[in-house]
Design a protein around this ligand. Structure first.
Ligand code: ADP
Ligand code: MG
Length: 502
């Protein structure tokens, strides 16, 4: 286990980690980033455009309303020719409405008569284009924005001609509008960064400044009644977006690591399984070799013993002795059968055997009487179904016989209280299938897994070699053997062998 864990950090595993975790996490995160960026960008574009239009409308309204207020004031002034009263009106209006940073009441020649803020009086407005335009057109005019040094904000002036009852311009009322006030209103209206530019590109105000914008999504809108341009900007990397991206990366990382662990576990298991199988195969090979060599050594003395026992049994004719001799003979026969089976396991692929072509239908017909009598002993009915055609297979006669008899023996031994034994042969063009079925005790899944292991037996007198021998023979003849069984229902043994083409 320690070795396995240490090997997790080997170079090969690092490479796997790189391909299973690092690359997929980076690729999927980038993919997610692109998709989500596109989606959010689309959504934000709509949002900023909407906000740009809304804010522009608001500013336009603000300006219309502001001009309206100055015009109302101008109308009030035109009705009264009382400087003290006008001065009071200007001061009051200035104090009441925070958007105004001052009012000037000037003559039509540009001379300042009254002001809501202290003034040196030298200033003449006749050179200001908005002022002359107001006189010329008789309508309110909005000035270019200029930087107010006193309050540090941009200001615009609105000049409104004051007209008396004879339609004569008697002066001009000028209201200065602090754009910062507008910015504060905009601030309350939206959460996005709003920038207002004049037509020179000067930034008149910046509302909701969010600092450094890494990935700006913006929309611009030209205002109608003033030559200004409004821009709304949102940072794509707002905390919500960054949070989602981070969450995705963490999730992808955990998932990929999970996959990596599962993959590594699977690999570890597979390697262990392979090792185990190799060990098993080596063990079997060793058993086979030992079995074959031992069997060979046992056989010769066994023949001698059998001969001597025969001689002795002729000498001692007493009934009791004869019984013992018969027991000895039976045991010797048993040893002999084990030994011959061991010999087959030891030498699986006899070249001679695989060269021999045998007629399967004839072999079966030969041993059928034997099978019939055995079945009768077990109170089992026999059913045989063979196609009426030659069935040549490349396998020695003796071995085929042994396979069939081993299978029949197992089937009969599984049907202690009677049943049905079926032997069927299905022939196709290239191959044939021999099916030996019984209605006996059957086997559990676990037992089916074990039955081809040498010496595995569930019978008190079994050798546990019968099926191993069958498998060895069938495989050496180029076929396969396969068993299906259900406990309590019975067993089907399938043997597939290639047919010799004649
Ligand atoms: P043995 O017959 O000497 O026990 P085998 O290799 O022929 O050895 O069979 C191994 C085991 O497989 C048997 O002990 C038996 O438990 C099981 N087996 C084989 N064939 C059948 C069958 N037709 N029905 C039920 N069990 C079977
Ligand atoms: Mg057997």
């Amino acid at each position: 286990m320690k070795r396995q864990i240490r090997s997790l950090f080997s170079g090969k595993n690092m490479l796997i980690y790189f391909f299973v975790v690092i690359i997929p996490v980076l690729a999927s995160s980038y993919q997610y980033y692109s998709v989500i960026t596109g989606k959010i960008e689309g959504r934000l574009s709509d949002k900023v455009m909407k906000e740009a239009v809304q804010n522009s409308l608001y500013i336009e309204n603000f300006m219309v309303e502001t001009v309206g207020r100055i015009e109302t004031l101008a109308l009030t002034i035109s009705a009264k020719d009382n400087p003290a009263w006008i001065q009071e009106m200007l001061s009051k209006m200035h104090q009441l409405d925070p958007r105004f940073s001052g009012f000037i009441w000037a003559s039509d020649t540009g001379q300042i008569r009254l002001s809501s803020i202290p003034f040196d009086g030298k200033l003449n407005l006749s050179d200001r284009s908005y002022f002359t335009e107001a006189i010329r057109t008789g309508r309110s005019q909005i000035s270019e924005a200029y930087f107010g040094r006193i309050n540090g904000n941009y200001i615009v002036s609105v000049a409104t001609p004051v007209i008396d009852s004879e339609e004569q311009i008697i002066g001009v009322l000028i209201g200065s509008v602090n754009l910062q006030v507008m910015s504060e209103y905009v601030n309350q209206l939206s959460n996005s960064e709003v920038r207002l530019y004049d037509h020179y590109g000067n930034l008149l105000f910046l509302s909701n400044s969010s600092g450094k914008i890494r990935h700006p999504v913006s929309a611009q809108y030209e205002l109608n009644n003033v030559p200004w341009k409004l821009e709304v900007v949102i940072d794509l990397f707002h905390p919500d977006f960054s949070g989602r991206l981070l969450l995705f990366v963490v999730f992808a990382f955990i998932l990929a690591n999970g996959c990596f662990m599962i993959f590594q576990l699977w690999r570890m298991r597979r390697n262990l399984q392979k090792e185990r199988e190799q060990n098993e195969a080596q063990k079997l090979k060793l058993i086979g070799t030992i079995a074959a060599s031992t069997a060979h050594e046992i056989r010769n003395p066994l023949t001698g013993i059998k001969g001597f026992i025969s001689l002795l049994s002729e000498k001692y004719t007493d009934e009791k002795d004869q019984y013992f001799f018969s027991l000895i003979k039976k045991e010797i026969d048993r040893i002999n059968s084990i030994v011959s089976e061991l010999l087959i396991i030891g030498k699986p692929a006899e070249t001679e055997a695989t060269q021999e072509v045998s007629p399967l239908e004839e072999i079966l017909t030969d041993i059928l009487p034997l099978i019939e009598s055995e079945a009768h002993l077990y109170n089992v009915s026999l059913l045989v179904d063979i196609p009426d055609r030659p069935l040549p297979v490349r396998c020695s006669k003796v071995h085929i016989k042994q396979v069939l008899l081993n299978l029949v023996k197992n089937a009969l031994e599984a049907m202690v209280s009677g049943g049905e034994l079926t032997i069927r042969i299905l022939a196709e063009k290239q191959q044939l299938t021999i099916i030996v079925s019984d209605t006996g005790i059957g086997m559990s899944r676990q037992v089916v897994k074990e039955i081809f292991t040498p010496f595995f037996t569930l019978k008190p007198n079994g050798t546990g070699l019968g099926l191993v021998v069958c498998q060895n023979i069938i495989e050496s003849c180029g076929g396969v053997i396969h068993i299906e069984s259900e406990p309590g229902k019975g067993t089907d043994v399938f043997i597939r062998l290639p047919l010799v083409q004649t």
